[in-house]
Ligand binder design. Structure first.
Ligand code: SIN
Length: 291
């Protein structure tokens, strides 16, 4: 179901995970200063597979940051406080006392920003004995599988995306919700950073040229429509875009680093490990204005 791959890998061993996308990559140590030809193959693997998984990595925060900076500037989360000594890295922590997890609904990162994150790198520091997987969905397939009539409608729609006070969360602010349910996830005031943005529902990937459905949990309504008019359509696009045949599921081990392309995927962190702790280090990379 993926577009045929034109990539020929000389440096990487690339093993596909699912029909919809995802690949495990062996033969690379991300703590090293990788040469350009290896980085070019990693970029090709990301574009071909949307989600790439590196196992058995041993990375300090500085080494993870150095690898992330190969892909662009670091996108600082307007609402979430980074690590005290590495503000560019968000520690995603869930402990047995936390009722909720961060990222536990379908979304694509920083869709509420005018230039949402191009990609996200999540590095597993401590994973539960079972569970805590992350699911991804291929938004190229979500778009391509629509009928011609629905594609025509989708191509005209623009989404209003909001970073806080989600109506899906009864209008409660992140700060209130997270304080009650995720004690380690500290919310900051975004100040004058823009956290509401309007984007096309169908975006063209700036590198592959393919069209993808650009929807996720930050979408509140369609520009020029009421909530009542928008919601049934949002429900349809959300349900359609996470059909099982569009998805791939990553099972983490300590030392796994997963790099995904937010321009053509959504993801969902599964909250199924109530008695255990999960700690991840997340870096997001700046992206372009969707078109
Ligand atoms: C996220 O939404 O970025 C978090 C994903 C995860 O923790 O698996």
């Amino acid at each position: 179901m993926n577009a045929p791959s034109s990539a020929i890998y000389r440096h990487l061993d690339v093993q596909k995970i699912a029909g919809a996308g995802g690949a495990e990559i062996r033969g690379v140590d991300l703590s090293k200063d990788l040469p350009q030809d290896v980085l070019a193959e990693i970029r090709a693997a990301l574009l071909d597979n949307l989600v790439i998984v590196f196992r058995d990595q041993d990375l300090t925060p500085d080494q993870q940051l150095a690898f992330a900076r190969k892909w662009g500037d670091i996108h600082l989360h307007p609402f979430m406080q980074g690590m005290p000594d590495h503000p560019e890295i968000l520690a995603i922590i869930k402990r047995p006392t936390d009722k909720k997890n961060f990222g536990g609904s379908w979304h694509t990162d920083q869709m509420f920003s005018p230039n949402p994150a191009m990609g996200t790198m999540l590095y597993a520091k401590q994973v539960p004995s079972a569970g805590g997987d992350t699911m991804f969905t291929n938004q190229y397939l979500a778009y391509e599988s629509l009928s011609d009539g629905m594609k025509a409608l989708a191509n005209k729609l623009r989404t209003v995306c909001v970073g806080d006070n989600f109506k899906q969360a009864d209008g409660r602010s992140r700060k209130d919700r997270y304080a009650d349910t995720m004690a380690d996830m500290k919310v900051k005031d975004p100040g004058n950073v823009q956290t509401t943005s309007i984007h096309p529902l169908v975006r063209t990937h700036p590198e592959t040229g393919r069209k993808a459905l650009y929807i996720g949990g930050h979408v509140q309504y369609f520009e020029g429509m009421t909530d009542e008019e928008s919601q049934p359509l949002i429900d349809f696009f959300m349900k359609h875009s996470v059909r099982p045949e569009f998805t791939v599921r990553v099972r983490w081990q300590n030392g796994t680093l997963t790099f995904w392309d937010n321009r053509c995927t959504q993801h969902f962190a599964v909250n199924d490990y109530p008695a255990e702790t999960r700690i991840m280090h997340r870096i997001t990379i700046c992206g372009d204005q969707p078109f």
